[in-house]
Ligand binder design. Structure first.
Ligand code: GLU
Length: 375
């Protein structure tokens, strides 16, 4: 994969995410033409030998319409009931359309715990690899019928990026009614144009996309930037493009300059990917300026002397967030000491650990091998 030129010739595995608005008309009924069209394109690249995993939204959307609601229900059980009905309808349609092109699909429904629990994470990966090995296209969604906020990934852009990391994809394709990342709000500024390429997602870019009705505007851009940021850290490219753009999947893969491409920055190894984006954060460590600099600038481990405060009730081996003196998270990492122990040794030199705790298994509270910056 070569940057600048959008050379996607060597893409071997891609995760395609399709947003609800691209699958459902404003009447609440499925947009069969668009769905069929996208399926045909995915079947085609699959036939070419590219592994395809589809992350689909739309279950709640088609479900509540089928159940006779005129708008999205508010209560969680009603939404879950809608998802239960809608997910079946979606699978029925995918099964039917993919079958026309001789492609077999398999449904996978995930929740956040399937990523945060290492064993389930590996199980999910094995299943996906098995399906891909059999030439099956996994059709993936959040398990909305059981997922409540506490156990939710929350949005399918993030889910798609997590899946892409899980299966080591080379390309994440986020297709929706958003054509790309705009330099201004396209709804209010007629001169707004799509930014063709992003190599770094700055905090400014994020806050612009996050604010309602602001610069880059539409609601879904914030989650897309978040997903693209994860993908950049996973070492894979992301393209945000319009699902309705003719032949979009084939053209993106052919290297046409459609939408916005986000090029990868670093390539975190599997363990660090998991720490940064999958593990549940169990607490916080507050650092002084010296420690924050040592981590961020010099790639050092975190020693007790740089810790000024502890929040949460974590155990050895849990993941915590490391927060700088300005209150901004600078890293995440796995702790070698429990919250109770860190409270006792914070601010101390490493040679005081033994006499304070009665044991010293490590000098570092978080070792740099178990630490990820800039998540
Ligand atoms: N899982 C939701 C659904 O299928 C969609 C979530 C999203 O669009 O981000 O209805």
């Amino acid at each position: 994969m070569r940057k600048q030129a959008r050379d996607f010739n060597d893409v071997r595995r891609t995760v395609v995410k399709i947003g609800s608005s691209s699958l459902i008309y404003s009447t609440g009924k499925p947009n069969l033409a668009q769905m069929e069209n996208l399926v045909r394109q995915m079947a085609d690249i699959h036939n070419r030998g590219v592994d395809v995993l589809l992350v689909t939204s739309g279950a709640i959307g088609v479900g509540f319409n089928r159940l006779g609601y005129s708008q999205k229900p508010k209560s969680i059980p009603e939404k879950q009931a809608a998802a239960a009905v809608g997910q079946g309808m979606l699978m029925h349609l995918y099964e039917k359309f993919f079958d026309e092109y001789g492609v077999v699909v398999g449904q996978i429904l995930l929740t956040r715990e399937d990523f945060s629990d290492r064993r389930r994470f590996l199980n999910a990966r094995n299943t996906m690899y098995a399906l891909l090995g059999m030439g099956v296209i996994p059709v993936i969604n959040e398990n909305d019928t059981v997922a409540v906020d506490e156990i939710k990934v929350g949005d399918n852009d993030t889910l798609a990026a997590q899946v892409a990391g899980l299966v080591d994809a080379d390309l994440l394709l986020l297709l929706s009614d958003i054509d790309g990342l705009y330099n201004a709000n396209p709804k209010t500024d007629p001169g707004a144009v799509v930014i063709p390429m992003v190599t770094e997602i700055t905090r400014e870019l994020e806050s612009a996309a996050g604010g309602s009705g602001s610069a880059v505007g539409t609601g879904g851009m914030a989650t897309k930037l978040h997903a693209a940021r994860m993908a950049m850290h996973f070492g894979l490219a992301t393209v945000v493009a319009g699902a309705g753009t003719g032949d979009v999947i084939r053209r993106v893969l052919a290297g046409e300059e459609l939408g916005t491409v986000f090029w990868p920055s670093v390539r975190l190894d599997n363990k660090k990917r998991w720490i940064a984006y999958c593990a549940t954060v169990q607490g916080k460590l507050f650092l002084d300026e010296g420690a924050a600099q040592a981590l961020a600038r010099r790639g050092k481990s975190l020693l007790p002397s740089g810790i000024t405060g502890v929040e949460g009730d974590f155990e050895i081996g849990n993941t915590v967030s490391l927060v700088g003196p300005d209150g901004v998270e600078i890293a995440r990492g796995i702790v070698n000491y429990s919250a109770r122990e860190v409270n006792l040794i914070k601010g101390l030199h490493t040679h005081d650990i033994q006499k304070t705790l009665g044991h010293k298994d490590y000098d570092e509270v978080v070792h740099r091998n178990n630490l990820v910056l800039d998540v």
